[in-house]
Design a protein around this ligand. Structure first.
Ligand code: PRX
Length: 650
């Protein structure tokens, strides 16, 4: 994407002011308070963050120093010790929250469970003892490949309690993806389930794990939760049922403190080269960031029932299903399955039945709800809702207005939250009741965040012009490095402009200083709010015996944001058939997961390249979008290639 295209985003100018009623009860009080605290957070960050860390977190040993910043490596709250699970559970037990629901769970088949803080604490302690029994200790890596059930949170919190590092692998990823991730971090234990429910079918998680584990020598033990009850093969000596182990484990577990910078989790995300990046987050800074943003961005109250629709396999599920809400002692509503099972009104039905007050979802989901029709929404009252959130990609103003009108009944503020796996927590967002909102803008920075929109020479662009988004100052929940690849960490995020974190997004500030993020500018696509690296899909394609060369680009898609279009040249002697097209789509799904299944496979005799052999993706993008090839083609080696690609458009 060039700066020129970044500029050409919509000029939305509607402004929605918070209601006086919401403002009166807002956690942050007023816009003036936000301004004052924001100024302190960026001008005197050590003072600001020290106060927040002392106020919000429970420490085993106080920290001595707030920040050591040796660019690009940050250490926060040095000398301090704490336990994340204790902050999320134990500290609520001596309060009125002890018997409050921590998790209200609804499975796709309709089964409902309510787990209080006391019960969740007991389950986490028991499971921590199970993991200890399996040889898991501080610093060991544990892979979690589970459905959206409370035990996924139990497993995460049990790892945190032991100072072990979890890596949650989204249940939609394939066995190849599990294998790569497990091998990269050398996980010792895998926690999974016999299956999970999705759209009335069982997702066979354990079968995928078994396939992956044929090539993962580091794994010693597998714990299997019985969720669906389907027949499941167990490998003697390696595999154990969750319920068998837990029955034998004590519910007592004394948590110990870990250093502020002890690794908490690794979460793999797509980058612009083939191999997923293991984003590393640590203990105190991450917990503080997730707790504080949950409190202020969602204006969390003791009486809220908070529903974030993200899977725990994504960072949103880490920060806003598990750590942020539980550290605040909130009631989290957790749902296992598809939003349209048994009907397209499943969410609205659940919101009414459970009295959900805060609802946080993704624009791609909102666009699907719009497509399914207003009648499904109108059947339900949604009277309990008081706040809505959006995350994962830019929200188009039409979707924003629909969300505001149909779901929020014009009464609920919408927080459009911009952030990334790497930032750990929400970075740019309205504060509800405080910040006037504009449909499609994530508005203003959260505390401690200094966003900059810069041009190719590192100069600030004038307001209203597009550029690349950077963050200027370190923040507590920032990624510390990429697992096993500090060089890539430096190169990817810190080399674009010395001293600045490069987000990989294009953005602009409007005249009011509101931020508008328009999307990725690197070779990363955002499909249904999930990041997919084009190189990852390309390397999956060329691993197929029929494929010589592949190039992957995004095409604007009404529902998914971007759709995956792949251009493939086949090896000599191979015929490009319809069957091969389907085979390649299935092949990518097998290699990466269904979310990366190409929407469109196009065969080509050659790909457009520069004279130096670089594939000209810009041209492919234009062809994929069905438009004319407009830009400069003088660097193209052979224009007939483009003509050939255009002539075979369907
Ligand atoms: O391009 C931005 C987009 O999602 C990317 C981060 O993806 P991921 O690490 O998977 O995390 C998603 C959940 C935090 C960003 O670089 N993005 C996320 N939220 C927004 C957004 N783009 C515009 N507006 C948002 N609110």
């Amino acid at each position: 994407m060039t700066d020129q295209t970044i500029t050409s985003v919509s000029r939305e100018n509607r402004v929605f002011r918070p209601s006086a009623e919401f403002q009166r009860q807002a956690n942050l009080g007023s816009f003036a308070t936000y301004k004052r605290l924001y100024a302190e957070s960026v001008n005197a960050p050590a003072k600001f963050w020290a106060r927040q860390a002392k106020e919000l977190l429970t420490w085993r040993r106080p920290f001595k120093e707030v920040l050591k910043w040796k660019l690009p490596h940050a250490k926060w709250f040095i000398g301090g010790q704490l336990n994340v699970a204790e902050n999320c559970l134990d500290r609520h037990l001596d309060t009125a929250r002890s018997n409050k629901a921590a998790i209200i769970f609804e499975g796709e088949p309709g089964d409902i469970r309510t787990i209080t803080y006391k019960q969740l604490h007991r389950e986490v302690c028991q499971f921590a003892n199970v993991l200890t029994g399996l040889g898991v200790g501080k610093g060991d890596r544990v892979a979690i490949y589970m459905p959206m059930v409370p035990e996924a949170a139990v497993a995460m919190l049990a790892c945190a309690r032991l100072g072990a590092i979890h890596t949650v692998i989204f249940g939609g990823f394939s066995s190849e993806a599990i294998k790569d991730r497990v091998n990269d971090c050398q996980a010792k234990v895998v926690i999974t389930a016999d299956g999970g429910w999705r759209r009335g079918k069982i997702i066979e998680l354990k079968v995928n794990v078994d396939r992956a584990l044929a090539g993962t020598p580091s794994v010693e033990k597998v714990v299997v939760l019985r969720r669906t009850g389907n027949a499941t093969a167990m490998t003697e000596g390696r595999d154990h049922w969750w319920h068998d182990l837990v029955t034998l484990a004590s519910p007592m577990h004394k948590a110990r403190g870990f250093d502020s910078e002890n690794p908490l989790f690794i979460l793999y995300t797509s980058g612009s080269t083939g191999k997923p990046k293991g984003v590393l987050h640590t203990t105190a800074g991450y917990l503080l960031g997730s707790m504080m943003t949950t409190k202020y961005v969602f204006d969390l109250k003791e009486t809220d029932v908070y529903f974030c629709t993200a899977d725990v396999g994504w960072v949103t599920g880490h920060s806003y299903v598990v750590y942020g809400p539980l550290a605040n002692g909130a009631t989290v509503f957790m749902y296992e399955g598809a939003p349209n099972q048994p009907g397209p009104d499943r969410f609205w039905d659940m919101i009414d039945r459970h009295g959900v007050t805060i609802f946080y979802t993704a624009p791609t989901a909102i666009r699907a709800f719009m497509r399914w029709g207003d009648d499904y929404v109108k059947k339900h009252s949604l009277a309990s809702l008081r706040l809505l959130g959006s995350v994962g990609e830019p929200i188009n103003p039409e979707a924003w207005m629909w969300y505001h009108t149909l779901i929020g009944k014009k009464r609920c503020p919408i927080v459009d939250t911009w952030w990334q796996t790497e930032t750990g927590v929400i970075m740019v967002t309205p504060l509800p009741g405080i910040t006037p909102t504009k449909p499609g803008s994530c508005t203003l920075p959260f505390f401690g965040v200094v966003p900059k929109v810069l041009d190719e020479n590192g100069k600030e662009v004038p307001k209203g012009s597009g550029g690349r988004l950077f963050l200027k100052q370190p923040w507590p929940s920032m990624l510390r490095t990429l697992w096993n690849d500090d060089d890539r960490f430096k190169k990817q995020y810190w080399s674009e402009l010395p001293g600045y974190y490069f987000a990989g997004d294009g953005a602009r500030f409007d005249k009011d200083g509101y931020l508008w993020v328009v999307g990725r500018i690197d070779d990363v696509l955002n499909v249904s709010g999930h990041r997919i690296g084009t190189a990852e899909v390309e390397s999956a394609l060329v691993s197929h015996p029929s494929v010589a060369e592949a190039a992957v680009v995004g095409r604007p898609d009404e529902l998914k944001g971007q759709a995956l279009v792949v251009f493939v040249t086949v090896k000599s002697g191979v015929t490009a058939t319809k069957e091969l097209r389907e085979e390649l789509r299935a092949h990518v799904a097998k290699e990466i997961g269904a979310l990366a299944r190409p929407d469109d496979v196009r065969f080509a005799t050659a790909l457009p390249k520069t004279r130096s052999g670089k594939i000209m993706r810009r041209i492919l993008k234009e062809i994929a979008a069905g438009g004319e090839v407009r830009g400069d083609t003088t660097t193209l080696e052979d224009f007939s290639v483009v003509a050939a690609l255009q002539s075979q458009e369907e």
